[in-house]
Design a protein around this ligand. Structure first.
Ligand code: RRO
Length: 310
């Protein structure tokens, strides 16, 4: 069974890697993902300067997944750029750098500095952080997204991707796709970031479970799988010539299969990786290969995007 994926001008050894934010804030975490069965590595969303993030508790596991309001804690762009300089590209596992500037200028400055270095690391610009108080998710502002992508094109000359928030209406899928399709070097979209500003309630304490934003936070895990699949399938159909990276609710080979069937080129693991650690990659890859064997599929290309309708 062949789980390899060819995209962005290279072939990576599998289809699974970490979702940005999970197991990727420190160099030793990034190295642990690289050493695992993950097929690629992505770093924590970087801002120009280091950030401590929101007050704790800011992450909570629940029976159906997770809620977080981390608030973009990260080591700052220079730390991840330095990691990218030292990265073992010869591993065959691509390195992605997630960028989440606090302004359009900050995003463009990080893109320009990455371009100057001429490294093979690929930027995934985060248009969808739900957790910085006072900063709405850029991906929900279509005009601001259009302006940002024009500026990214001017700042960066290579292929790049964006991390999108979940959308919930066909009109929004269409409007965003029309904007994204204006940008040939936008090679991929990652769908989805957490479902923003959910509220988890604890009955015993009669309280919220995280401190920032009076308990509001981004949902991940089982809660988000159907929404993630809808976004993957819709953008797969609406963005010909671009790749869709599936992210949301993957905890076994079964959800990875669903994402690929819906059109995903590669699949990221977030909440499950947070709970299980990097051993999750070999388990999920083995489960996916076993499911493919039962179904008679020998490669991901044999079923990618072949989701049937009734
Ligand atoms: O750091 C966070 O609070 C965070 C970010 Br930047 C994001 O994009 N998605 C998320 O769920 N949390």
């Amino acid at each position: 069974i062949d789980l390899s994926v060819t995209w962005l001008g290279q072939t990576m050894p599998g289809c699974l890697y970490n979702a940005s934010g999970v197991w990727c804030r420190e160099a030793d975490e990034l190295e642990a993902v690289l050493a695992s069965a993950a097929a690629a590595v992505i770093s924590k969303s970087a801002t120009l300067l280091p950030r401590d993030g929101n007050p704790e508790p800011r992450y909570c596991r629940t029976p159906l997944g997770s809620i977080n309001s981390m608030g973009l804690p990260n080591r700052g762009f220079d730390y991840y750029l330095d990691y990218a300089r030292r990265y073992r590209y010869g591993s065959g596992k691509p390195l992605f750098l997630s960028l989440s500037g606090l302004s359009l200028d900050d995003n463009c400055e990080m893109l320009r500095r990455l371009a100057e270095e001429g490294l093979p690391a690929v930027p995934e610009v985060n248009l969808s952080c739900p957790n910085v108080p006072g900063k709405p998710q850029l991906g929900y502002d279509f005009a601001a997204t259009a302006e940002a992508l024009d500026a990214f094109d001017a700042a960066y000359s290579g292929l790049y991707g964006v991390k999108l928030p979940p959308y919930f209406d066909p009109a929004h899928f269409a409007a965003m796709a029309e904007i994204l399709n204006r940008h040939p070097r936008l090679a991929f979209v990652t769908c989805i970031n957490s479902i923003g500003n959910g509220l988890v309630v604890d009955i015993d304490s009669e309280a919220v479970v995280i401190k920032p934003k009076d308990g509001l936070g981004g949902l991940g895990g089982d809660y988000v799988l159907p929404t993630a699949l809808a976004n993957v399938r819709e953008f797969y159909r609406l963005l010909p010539g671009k790749d869709v990276v599936g992210c949301g609710g993957v905890k076994s080979g079964r959800e990875a299969f669903m994402h690929i069937l819906a059109g995903a080129r590669a699949v990221q693991v977030g909440t499950c990786l947070y709970h299980e650690g990097p051993g999750a990659f070999s388990r999920i890859a083995d489960e996916l290969a076993m499911l493919m064997r039962v179904k008679g599929y020998r490669s991901l290309d044999a079923f990618r995007g072949r989701l049937r309708t009734l």
